[in-house]
Design a protein around this ligand. Structure first.
Ligand code: AMP
Ligand code: ZN
Length: 468
């Protein structure tokens, strides 16, 4: 059992998160739809999932983290067709961009990052199982639908009954995303349509492509097994996506799919829902262009409880900058960031911060405690009241907290410590320049800039500075 307690969407209770396999927590996060840059709302969800993993690992738990890439669905096909690009080339471009953003935000790469388009044979197999078991049926055009009435537990996660939402067999929905207040048989396999262009695959029912919901069920089954520990996504995925995932998976396996459901409330921007029409779907690049870096954004996204919507403002980035600077000054006074942190290190005087995180990942409470303790330590340091052991315990404890939150601090002179990934990119660029491979050097510079850093060449070396 882990010491972490977390709200579970299905039971609506805060429960201990227990791995079924003794020491490894297996969890699945619905990944990005790679049809454009991820926005800061998406990153709120990915960062909370990252903190979930970091907190478990800080308590000595092993994790197996699977986060897929949605690289074939209505949106990716529509957009790649509109741009006249092949689906593969188009989604690879946005996948690369997503990875760069994740590095800049210090997100730990998942252990497995399966691609939906690479799992089409397995999806066909799963659909066939559902057809054979009487849970799915073929329509005249060669599409296949899941019959929600064939699965008596349909609607438990999102409590459809409480919302007086009923289903009828004639109600069918073919698009991947549909209205909250309707429940309908949903497409597992979609027969080819003109607008899909060349994006179709053979199947026993028709040339076509899978629906979005079956992709996740299939990748979970393949990479985590029939039953696993924690499934996560933003709250918008509770219905219909996760409801549909449960129905498909449990109908196919006859086993309970997920033990614990972890959903993250949405990020709002300046009091409004994020949307294309309001032009407030900010990306990491927008943040960098306004002079802020990814660590500052990460801090802001941690400043609210994942259970509540969080309001993003540019002022909050400014406040994050000062908060991080103060912590950076303390870290310097304590002797800097230890690298590496010794194994099995405890949180020392910062234990209350970990306790707040173990209590339903309460990040605002954790940050509040962090600053209270930091102030006390600062005072004691200034008064010369800390002996060497106490200093060391504070230095290592602070490093543990920062690691659990995934924060990298600026040093006392205001310079942000350079994340390892950025340093590697810059080193590779320097090497490319030495080889006179200007194209590669330029493309690496682009990556560094997109991640919010500036590289300036000197005679024998280069400088890296955050784009502030
Ligand atoms: P998508 O790329 O649209 O498939 O979304 C990736 C993840 O971001 C999913 O877990 C979504 O639920 C989540 N998400 C989408 N919009 C927001 C938002 N405004 N705030 C927080 N999470 C979001
Ligand atoms: Zn999913």
């Amino acid at each position: 059992m882990s010491d972490l307690r977390l709200y579970d969407t299905l039971t609506r209770e805060i429960l201990p998160v227990k791995p079924m396999e003794k020491r490894t927590m297996r969890f699945y996060c619905c990944g990005p739809t790679v049809y454009g840059p991820a926005h800061i709302g998406n990153f709120r969800t990915f960062i909370m999932q990252d903190v979930f993993r970091r907190v478990l690992e800080a308590t000595g738990m092993k994790t197996r983290h699977v986060r897929n890439l949605t690289d074939v669905d209505d949106k990716t096909i529509r957009q790649s067709q509109a741009e006249g690009r092949s689906l593969g080339e188009f989604t690879q471009h946005w996948t690369d961009r997503f990875h760069e953003d994740c590095d800049a935000l210090n997100l730990m790469p998942p252990h497995v990052e399966p691609s939906a388009v690479a799992h089409i044979p397995e999806q066909i197999e799963l659909i066939q199982k559902l057809v054979d078991g009487g849970n799915a049926y073929k329509t005249d055009d060669g599409s296949v639908y899941f019959s929600v009435n064939s699965f008596p537990d349909y609607g438990n996660l999102s409590r459809l009954a409480e919302r007086s939402i009923t289903t009828t067999e004639t109600d069918r929905e073919s698009s991947d995303e549909y209205e909250r207040d309707s429940a309908a048989d949903f497409a597992l396999w979609k027969a080819q349509r003109d607008e899909d262009g060349p994006n179709h695959w053979p199947s026993p029912w028709s040339k076509g492509r899978p629906g979005w919901h079956i992709e996740c069920s299939c990748m979970v089954l393949k990479h985590l097994g029939e039953s696993f520990d924690v499934h996560s996504g933003g709250v918008d995925l509770i219905f219909p996506h996760h409801e549909n995932e449960i129905a498909q998976s449990e109908a196919a396996t006859g086993k309970p799919f997920v033990q614990h459901w972890f959903h993250i409330a949405h990020l709002m921007v300046e009091g409004k829902k994020m949307s294309k029409s309001l032009k407030n779907l900010y990306t990491l690049q927008d943040i960098a262009e306004r002079g802020f870096n990814a660590v500052e954004l990460r801090y802001v996204l941690l400043s609210g409880s994942y259970r509540q919507p969080l309001n993003f403002t540019f002022d909050s980035l400014q406040a994050a900058r000062s908060a991080l600077k103060r912590l950076g000054e303390l870290q310097e006074k304590l002797g800097g960031a230890p690298d590496p942190i010794p194994p099995e290190q405890d949180f020392g005087p910062f234990q209350p911060v970990l306790d707040a995180l173990l209590n339903d990942l309460n990040t605002p409470d954790a940050l509040g405690r962090l600053f209270r303790i930091a102030r006390e330590i600062q005072k004691a340091l200034d008064a010369g009241e800390l002996n060497d052991d106490q200093c060391e315990s504070a230095q290592l404890g602070l490093a543990m907290v920062l690691q659990a939150l995934g924060l990298v601090l600026p040093s006392a002179d205001g310079e942000v410590l350079i994340p390892e990934e950025i340093q590697t990119l810059a080193d590779e660029r320097w090497e490319a320049r030495k080889q006179r491979d200007w194209d590669r050097a330029d493309s690496l510079r682009d990556k560094i800039t997109k991640a919010g850093w500036q590289v300036e060449d000197r005679k024998e070396t280069f400088d890296l500075t955050p784009l502030n």
